[in-house]
Design a binder for this molecule. Structure first.
Ligand code: AKG
Length: 318
């Protein structure tokens, strides 16, 4: 049984956001918000598919290619392929392909990586210096906390699964509209997580039998127009549909001390080190519980849950 989800809260939109307004009033609240009317430079007029193809050049980029708009990381309905950047951009801007990998209606999605993804962090000023000149990244965070700037370029219609990031980020939507749906980190236990991603792919037509808790989530929804910037605080889940051919630059920065982050994480999506350690310790605890007969295992499992709830959750009222 699937049912459409109708209730949502509109994402907060703030116009003409200055540096002071962002850093002193918006950022400390750590809530997602659409920032409208921020100066992002000439990219907004310049970045057509033709211009991007011409100035971006033929550097190879690794892309997701999907037969349908909804990418499915569980069934792996998409494949990774490489294309020269200029060829990729032209294809992503079209609805039908003459040259294709899967089918003429295939969809493309680029989440740019560093030159050597094992060693390098994505930074458009290194990978696409000519294009980087056209975009003004708002100085809403301390420059020395900068982590990455990532091109996200998408075919019309493509949908990226719900996931969280471990760093604060600005999604600067340069071209095309995007629908964004956001869930608070407090909803984590209703999202059927598989690592950093939710297994609920079709968030608009919910399979209630499979995902009964999901219908109790509170969702925020909004449309990004060209020139809008979405502030996504770390750990807030987001699901994104590109309504048009979309070009965005996604800027991440570290807001925790350096020692929380894994220095080998070039992608910027590994959980903070103490969180990873805690998960490993919990896995060991669960294995240890397995040594007990069922009745005892359940009893001590309940005691562990209670301990976690009362000691680690602020909003737990016994
Ligand atoms: C992010 O901002 O972290 C995203 O995942 C954005 C995805 C997109 O815009 O395609």
């Amino acid at each position: 049984m699937s049912s459409p989800i109708k209730t949502f809260k509109p994402l907060h939109v703030v116009s003409d956001v200055s540096h002071t307004l962002f850093t002193e009033e918006i950022y400390p609240k750590r809530l997602p918000v659409i920032l409208r009317g921020v100066e992002i430079g000439p990219c907004q007029e310049k970045w057509t598919a033709e211009y991007l193809a011409e100035k971006g050049g033929g550097k190879e980029v690794k892309i997701h290619v999907a037969p349908t708009p909804q990418m499915d990381f569980i069934q792996k309905n998409f494949v990774y392929r490489s294309l020269p950047f200029n060829e990729f951009v032209q294809r992503a801007a079209r609805l039908k392909q003459d040259n294709f990998f899967i089918s003429e209606n295939e969809k493309y999605y680029l989440r740019a990586l560093g030159d050597d993804p094992r060693k390098d962090i994505a930074d458009i000023s290194h990978q696409f210096p000519e294009l980087a000149q056209d975009i003004h990244i708002p100085p809403f965070f301390n420059k020395d906390r900068f982590f990455s700037s990532v091109f996200r370029i998408a075919s019309p219609g493509i949908q990226l699964w719900t996931h969280y990031d471990v760093m604060d980020n600005l999604l600067i939507q340069v071209n095309g509209r995007k629908r964004v749906v956001i869930f608070s980190p407090k909803e984590a236990d209703k999202l059927y997580l598989n690592g950093d991603k939710s297994e609920v792919l079709d968030i608009d037509n919910l399979d209630e039998k499979k995902f009964p808790l999901f219908s109790h989530t509170e969702r925020y929804e909004g449309i990004l127009n060209p020139g809008d910037i979405l502030f996504i605080p770390a750990l807030w889940f987001h699901n994104v549909i590109s309504l048009d051919f979309g070009v965005a630059v996604n800027v991440f920065w570290k807001h925790l001390d350096d020692n929380f982050y894994d220095s080998k994480d070039t992608y910027g999506n590994k959980d903070p080190l103490p969180a990873t350690r805690a998960m490993q310790i919990l896995d060991r605890a669960l294995k240890t519980l397995d040594e007990l007969p069922l009745e005892y295992r359940e009893f001590y499992a309940r005691r562990l849950v209670h301990r976690i709830q009362s000691k680690a959750l602020c909003d737990h009222h016994p």
